[in-house]
Ligand binder design. Structure first.
Ligand SMILES: Nc1ncnc2c1ncn2[C@@H]1O[C@H](COP(=O)(O)OP(=O)(O)OP(=O)(O)O)[C@@H](O)[C@H]1O
Length: 390
């Protein structure tokens, strides 16, 4: 893309946005937590090009369902970018779900509404349906623990297996094997829960109407685990099928002695079905027709290096990645603020890295300015989205 600052000296290409978006026009009707009184959303001195760079028209044009995953280093603005994209999709007529899959969520803070609870919650202040979901691994973990204690160590694990569609195997396999299987990668439980949610969206009729699903993913490491999880689960299911076969033949021998029990074939079919579902999720993550991973970064050497590593890992995993958002870029300032000009020079040096980096240079670079106000609430997200997603 033609970088924002390549064009900064052409005044006719810019608009200086001195905008005041009044709350009366962009009402937020739900604020659950009491909070300090805020002045109306206001943005001053934001310089931006009018050129379309993110390819939003293409992103919005297809009526088939699309998945967008936004990820990168902690704190660079993933949630703000994901939330602003979801708002923009919704305002362009796409019923949309924005899902946070990280261990710590900031969707509620970003939308300035209570979206917690681990369920789909409607976002207020957007014309078309926009729902948010903060996948709640903490809660699931607590449920697992208390249920596990109640059931002498087995019930909670069964619940989790149920949520993954594996519950029917729990009785046959026994607790030990199930615990062992999931214990092979304990932190992946969070991602497993997120995956089970993806499966719900992929398969359920109920969610058919949602044509855009935006993931606000966890910082880099977690995200990569999420993407490789279908493979891990697929391998686990493979192990389970072997175990299941062994156990089923033993139990069916016992059960047939008593004249009861599910046939081995039927049970294996269920596992095979589950394996197919996992393959579906894996294919989805890798399908460039339906899914795109968007890397978010800021113009610092450290963040860009991490973005480059993330890009390399995604490519290695064959996950489609085409765009790089460089967030919080300082606009050229007309003032003689020394700090601002030094900081901007530093950012420009970091941005030079992109062209020289073999991974990042292949991506479409989209810049988002550093706003002089915190991006919080639907009006602010709409504003950011109109600048970023063009
Ligand atoms: N372009 C921007 N201009 C001004 N403030 C911004 C910009 N982008 C993000 N912010 C602010 O930076 C803070 C962090 O943003 P955000 O929560 O989106 O980051 P994140 O990468 O999702 O963080 P985490 O890794 O903790 O989830 C928020 O206060 C947000 O309002």
């Amino acid at each position: 893309m033609a970088a924002l600052f390549n064009h900064i000296s052409k005044p006719q290409k810019y608009k200086i946005i001195l905008s005041r978006i009044s709350r009366s026009r962009n009402t937020i009707s739900t604020t659950v937590n009491p909070e300090p009184v805020r002045r109306p959303f206001q943005v001053r001195n934001v310089v931006t090009t009018v050129e379309a760079v993110a390819g939003f028209e293409e992103m919005v044009s297809d009526t088939r369902r699309k998945y967008y995953m936004l990820g990168g280093k902690g704190g660079v603005g993933k949630t703000s970018c994901a939330a602003s994209l979801a708002v923009k999709f919704a305002t362009h007529g796409h019923p949309c779900i924005v899902i946070s899959t990280g261990p710590a969520h900031s969707l509620s803070d970003s939308f300035d509404q209570d979206l917690t609870g681990g369920m789909l919650v409607p976002v207020q202040g957007v014309e078309s349906p926009l729902f948010a979901l903060e996948v709640n691994p903490e809660k699931a973990r607590d449920e697992l623990r208390s249920s596990s204690q109640k059931h002498g160590g087995s019930g909670g694990m069964k619940n989790i297996m149920d949520s993954l569609g594996l519950g029917m195997q729990a009785d046959q396999l026994g607790d030990l094997e199930l615990e062992e299987l999931l214990d092979t990668s304990p932190p992946d439980l969070d991602e497993a829960i997120a995956i089970s949610k993806v499966m719900e969206f992929v398969e359920s009729q109920e969610f058919n109407k949602f044509s855009r699903i935006v993931f606000d993913t966890a910082p880099t490491g977690h995200t990569l685990r999420l993407l490789s999880l279908p493979d891990f689960l697929d391998a686990s299911i493979g192990k389970m099928m072997k175990l299941e076969k062994k156990i089923a033949s033993a139990t069916s021998a016992i059960k047939s002695a008593f004249g009861a029990g599910e046939s081995e074939e039927n049970s294996s079919n269920k596992l095979e079905k589950l394996r197919e579902r996992m393959a579906k999720v894996r294919d989805l993550f890798h399908d460039s027709e339906t899914t795109e991973f968007v890397i978010v970064t800021i113009p610092t050497v450290m963040a860009l290096r991490e973005a480059s590593r993330l890009c390399a890992s995604l490519r290695k995993e064959n996950v489609p990645v085409r765009k790089l958002i460089v967030n919080q870029v300082l606009p050229e300032s007309a003032s003689n603020c020394k700090f601002c000009s030094m900081k901007r020079k530093d950012q420009m040096r970091a941005l030079d890295m992109i062209k020289k980096d073999s991974e990042l240079a292949t991506l479409t670079e989209v810049q988002s300015p550093l706003f002089d106000i915190e991006i919080r609430g639907v009006p602010a997200l709409k504003f950011m989205g109109d600048i970023l997603w063009r």
